[in-house]
Write a new protein. Structure first.
Length: 80
């Protein structure tokens, strides 16, 4: 049996890494490496943090994690 693997090129998938996320008022603006807005996300209780692939937003006793397109990918209780 022979398996073939193809490494996916991020540009083919239209994936742009998150370069920065900035809260302005009641929204969080997510930018790529070229300083283009990828998405905006409601700030809830505020920006918790971000990585190259996710943005974390505090909301009540939860952390909401979004991808670079603004889709909710997980919700985690804060334990408070």
């Amino acid at each position: 049996m022979v398996f073939h693997y193809q490494i996916l090129n991020p540009q083919i998938l239209n994936f742009m890494a998150i370069a920065t996320a900035v809260q302005r008022g009641s929204f969080i603006y997510v930018y790529d490496e070229k300083n283009h807005v990828l998405t905006t996300i409601p700030a809830r209780d505020g920006l918790h943090g971000y990585t190259s692939g996710t943005v974390s937003v505090k909301g009540g006793s939860f952390i909401f994690n979004y991808d670079e397109r603004g889709h909710l990918i997980s919700t985690t209780p804060t334990g408070r």
